[in-house]
Design a protein around this ligand. Sequence first.
Ligand SMILES: C=CC1=C(C)c2cc3[nH]c(cc4nc(cc5[nH]c(cc1n2)c(C)c5CCC(=O)O)C(CCC(=O)O)=C4C)c(C)c3C=C
Ligand SMILES: [Fe+2]
Ligand SMILES: [Fe+2]
Length: 334
Amino acid sequence: MKPEDHPDIPASKIGVLLTNLGTPDAPEAGAVRRYLAEFLSDRRVVELPAIAWQPILRGIILRTRPAKSAEAYKQVWREDGSPLAAITRAQALALKNAFGPGVMVDWAMRYGRPAIAERIAAMKAAGCERILFAPLYPQYCAATTATANDAAFAALAAMRWQPALRTLPPYHDDPAYIDALKQSVEASLAVLDFEPDTILASFHGMPQRTLELGDPYHCHCQKTARLLRDALGRDLEIAFQSRFGRAKWLGPATDTVLAAMPGRGIRKVAVVTPGFSADCVETLEEIAIRGRETFIESGGTHFAALPCLNADKGGVEMLRTILMRELAGWASDA
Ligand SMILES: C=CC1=C(C)c2cc3[nH]c(cc4nc(cc5[nH]c(cc1n2)c(C)c5CCC(=O)O)C(CCC(=O)O)=C4C)c(C)c3C=C
Ligand SMILES: [Fe+2]
Ligand SMILES: [Fe+2]
């Protein structure tokens, strides 16, 4: 029996914490500025010494970009908030009972709210002595996966009684992921009123230098694209979107490819964004709105932006499969 002066200890549980990048609290310049200040101050994202970068960030970028980005967010904002947050929340909800009793599922964001440290602390307070931390990036990159893991381990660094922590590895070539993408693309194409001449797989870009420094992101994206092309058994091109700053980024650039396609005889295109586990401003505004404009203004006739896996049945089942594998030896249902 526990002595009277002994602190309460909740029954031992397991936690699964889904994590994505983060998003502003509102589609307004002030909220976007706070979000970008945190995001773009991360040394894993902009790999420049603070003394050189902070004056540019504070003096130029945070004065100009928030208003422009807020306009983009306004165009995709939903009644239940930012698409990225709403969909990540829905993914966690859909997986709530997926791993059996004693396994709780929650979600967090690397930047903004709900914060990773806050949700890990809540899981520990609820009795989670083991946590599977799952950054939902199929392709590994230091600017996404590693910085999310850093934040999780930093949260543990402040704890006396730490939970054991596992992290979800990249799943860019996992058969469950490739199959979910194939099914999702085929279902989306089946309801289009046109047959695309080709499919363009657009991944978020990264500075070229990160490839030279040893980041596997470029190779992971290429492998996902190759496996998806093989699974679909049809033409599929790869491109990288969302270039930021003046340095050279991975290519070819999505907007350049879309602008050139009609000149190459490709007038009908479907764009898929397999690197995003949830639709967000990058897919819904940059691709579905601006990408369409670029393609049509260049002479294209038909354009479709296909949805991400999101909290759809196939996407959730894929997440259940890969998460269950990582829970092996921890959860009895795994
Ligand atoms: C999926 C992988 C992602 C990688 C790799 C990535 C790298 C990266 N991004 C920026 C700058 C910005 N990204 C922004 C939005 C954004 N980025 C990702 C994912 C990756 N980023 C997502 C899911 C989102 C959407 C967030 C949302 O709220 O919907 C933005 C903000 C939007 C804007 O102002 O354009 C910026 C800025 C850099 C610099 C970078 C790698 C170095
Ligand atoms: Fe980004
Ligand atoms: Fe590569």
